[in-house]
Design a protein. Sequence first.
Length: 441
Amino acid sequence: MQRQIDALQEGLKQQNKDKETPIATAVAVAVEVVEDDRYESKKLDTSKPTPSAPQLQPYVDGDGDGDCDCWNYVDAGDIRVGPGSYYTDDDQKTVINESITKESDAKEFISTYERSDNPIAMWQIVYEEGVPRLWAHRFAFMHQNLDADTGGSPKGFATSTKKFLSHKRNWGKRGRIYVRSDQWWKTCKDGTKPSPVGWQNSLIVKGNTHPDCELEEGRFCILSVQAITDILGHDAWIKRDSDINFKSFVASSGVGGHGTVFRARNERTDKELGLLVWSNGVDAYGCCNPTEFTTSSDWKVGDVINLLDFPCQGKLANVSTYSSITGTGWNLGGDNIRFGQCGLVGGWWKEMEIEYELRDKSSISGVWSDSVELPYTVKYQNEHGDWIVLKTDCKGSFFDATFSKVQAKRWRLHWESTDMHKTQGLSTYRSGGGLHAELIA
């Protein structure tokens, strides 16, 4: 439209030598209208069909309140306004993906969060210096301090940005905001949708190269140090030793005692794997376990990684010391059984027994563990010094109400076997990783 107006103006100048005529006046008014409505005219490319909402579920129009668990939309707003830019350093709240520039690609990306406890609540293709990219706010974002919109719905927040920008002619080009319906938000508030308890179980791939290694793009993933720390609840997983050489990790195909390993699933590929992660506190890198079997198709920027054994559903017992009663692979200490450490297996992947000494004599309610295929036994030491078997054939994490009847200061977990092929990728011939298990108070 602007090009047509410019051409018409030029033609009138030649014909009328810039004299004021009714037609020239009309064109000038049209120009002013376009300028006054700049933020409206740039919200979508009007030369193309109006994009539809994500085909995840049906959607209703932008003016409707929404009577189903679906997507609505709001035009002429911008989710970067005000609180929309407060949490850009935390991808558990706001996700920015510069590689996604089209709504069709955004829809596919957004759909990968559907199985997450922290899904996308609203998203938009925005333009920064004319370059399109995806911005999205997650469910966790809606529970932050959002100024006047604190506690409101995704649609309410988007509508507020529209009102704010109603007189901001030069704010810039932006696409339609897609938002979860008010009914979806009401259902969430009623407690039958994701709750804050489950937010901290996913990571976003920020990059897929390693600056120190001349390997194909896609074999490594770059992750947020803060996001991993938030998920674990501590930063003891970070190894700040000045002599750490990431190249040596790659050469040996594992991280030894320096990194950590998680059971994880890439939501894009639906592949479950052992995820090696290491960091010096500045950057965090990850790859499939072991590194020698990684491929260039493992990771793409924007991939969602769900950590399968998180979050812990209880409070951890107050353990003062961890001791290995049997030998361990690579002769690693008992404290490596903790989540966030490299994990443990028995020597040559055979028997393993780990002792947990509590600070005070007390009961436990269960065990948090990623040993989902390898069974283990729970023991405690009674007042006579004898070791009593409390529960056998345990797998993964569990709670047992009968444990409350027992109080002890020393507890043990025993594995008859730590067969490498049944560790779900946590341990391999190369990695130096293994199983994790912690007592739940």
